[in-house]
Write a protein that binds this ligand. Structure first.
Ligand code: NDP
Length: 331
C-alpha cells in the first residue's frame, strides 16, 4: 500500500518535503469491512486547511498520517453485505492506494451513468457547492449580473454556467489567458477577466456596466475588496472560499472572514428606511417595554445650541454617554 503522509506542517506554500511517500502492508478487511483500491483521488483547496495546525471546520491531519481526501475506489475484498467485489464506490480513502472501510460513508457509483471521476467534481462535492451556494444564497435572476472568481475551476466553472442557465450576465475572474478563453469560448461566460494581467477595477466596470448583483466568492482578498465597490442594492454574496489566503503566513489585512464561512453567518446590509412598515409594531412594543421597565433609556443632554458642535465632535470621540440630545430651548 502506497501512502502519502504529512511530514511537516507547511509554512506558506506547501513544499514537496512536507509530504512523504511511504510503503505499508496492504490492510485486511475485518468483520463488516471492505478493502478498496483507490482509482481517483480528489485534490481540493480545503486540504490546505487540514494540513495546517489551525482549527478549521474539520480536524487537522496528524503528522505522519495519511492525508485525507475524497476518492473513487473499487471494492476488491468485502465482508460487508451491501458491497460486492467489483463495486465502484465514492469513498474517503485519502492519499493512499488501498483502504479499509466499514462502509458507512460509502456511496455506490454506477459507471454507466457518468465517468466515475465526475463524482469528485461536477457531480460531487464541488458541483453541489456551485449549485447550492449560487441558487440558494446568490439567487441570480434573469438579466442580473453575476461575477464568479476562480471561474475556470471545479466550483467556479459550474457556478458560472448555472448562472448562465438562469439567464444572468456572467463575468468570470481567472488567472491566465487560457482560462479566460476557456470560460468565454467553451463555457459561454459573457466576459472573462485575467486577474494577473488586467486592472481588475476598470475591467469589472467595463464587464458589469450595470453593477454586480451576485458575487460568487471563491477567493476573498483583493477580488472581494474590488467587487464590493461595484455591488448593487440588494446584492447577494455567497462566501464560499478564501483561497487567496490559504497560504498566508501573516494575518491578511482587514477583517478575517473565515468565521463567517465556518459559522454560516449572515451579514446583510441594513438601512432603517427600508423598515418603515415595522414602525407600528416597534412603537407598540418598545413603549410597552419602557413602561414596564424591561427597557431602560439614558439621555446625555447638552444645553444650548452653541454647544452642538463640541458635543458632536465629542460624539465621534465617545464623550457622550447615552443618546446625545441638545436642549436648544425650554419646552
Ligand atoms: P479550483 O479548481 O477553482 O482551483 C483553485 C483556483 O483558485 C486556482 O486554479 C486559481 O484559479 C484560484 N486561485 C488560487 N490562488 C488564488 C489567489 N491568490 N487569488 C485568486 N484566485 C486564486 O478549486 P475549487 O473549485 O475546488 O475551489 C474553489 C474555492 O471553493 C476554494 O476557495 C475552495 O476552498 C472553495 N470551496 C468551498 C466549499 C465550501 O463548502 N465552502 C466547498 C468546496 C470548495 P485562477 O488561476 O483562475 O486564479
Amino acid at each position: 500500500n502506497k501512502q502519502v503522509i504529512l511530514k511537516s506542517r507547511p509554512v506558506g506554500e506547501p513544499k514537496e518535503s512536507d509530504f512523504a511517500l511511504v510503503e505499508t502492508p496492504t490492510p485486511e478487511p475485518g468483520e463488516g469491512e471492505i478493502l478498496s483500491r483507490t482509482i481517483y483521488l480528489s485534490l481540493d483547496p480545503y486540504m490546505r486547511g487540514r494540513i495546517s495546525a489551525g482549527k478549521s471546520y474539520a480536524a487537522s491531519v496528524e503528522l505522519d498520517s495519511v492525508i485525507v481526501g475524497g476518492t473513487v475506489s473499487q471494492v476488491i475484498k468485502s465482508n460487508h453485505p451491501q458491497f460486492q467485489v467489483g463495486d465502484f464506490v465514492l469513498s474517503n480513502n485519502g492519499w493512499q492506494t488501498y483502504a479499509v472501510s466499514k462502509g458507512e460513508t460509502l456511496r455506490k457509483l454506477d459507471p454507466t451513468q457518468a465517468p466515475l471521476s465526475y463524482s469528485l467534481g461536477v457531480l460531487g462535492m464541488p458541483g453541489l457547492t456551485a449549485y447550492a451556494a449560487l441558487l440558494d444564497i446568490g439567487q441570480p435572476k434573469e438579466g442580473e449580473t453575476v461575477v464568479v472568481s476562480a471561474a475556470s475551476g471545479a466550483v467556479g466553472a459550474v457556478a458560472g454556467q448555472i448562472a448562465k442557465i438562469k439567464g444572468a450576465r456572467v463575468v468570470g475572474i481567472v488567472g491566465s489567458d487560457d482560462k479566460r478563453d476557456y470560460i468565454v469560448k467553451e463555457l459561454g461566460f459573457d466576459v472573462g477577466i485575467n486577474r494577473k494581467t488586467q486592472e481588475l477595477d476598470s475591467a469589472l466596470k467595463e464587464a458589469a456596466p450595470n453593477g454586480i448583483d451576485v458575487y460568487y466568492d471563491n477567493t476573498a482578498g483583493v477580488i472581494l475588496e474590488t467587487v464590493l465597490q461595484q455591488i448593487n442594492l440588494g446584492a447577494r454574496i455567497p462566501l464560499v472560499g478564501l483561497i487567496s489566503e490559504y497560504n498566508a503566513t501573516s494575518t491578511p489585512s482587514g477583517p478575517n472572514l473565515m468565521p463567517l464561512l465556518i459559522k454560516r453567518a449572515l451579514i446583510k446590509g441594513f438601512l432603517v428606511s427600508d423598515y418603515q412598515h415595522r414602525f407600528n409594531d416597534f412603537l407598540r412594543d418598545v413603549s410597552g417595554w419602557l413602561q414596564s421597565g424591561q427597557l431602560k433609556y439614558k439621555e446625555d443632554v447638552v444645553v444650548g445650541l452653541e454647544n452642538a458642535p463640541s458635543a458632536f465632535i465629542g460624539l465621534l470621540r465617545g464623550d457622550n454617554f447615552g443618546k446625545l440630545i441638545v436642549k436648544v430651548n425650554d419646552d
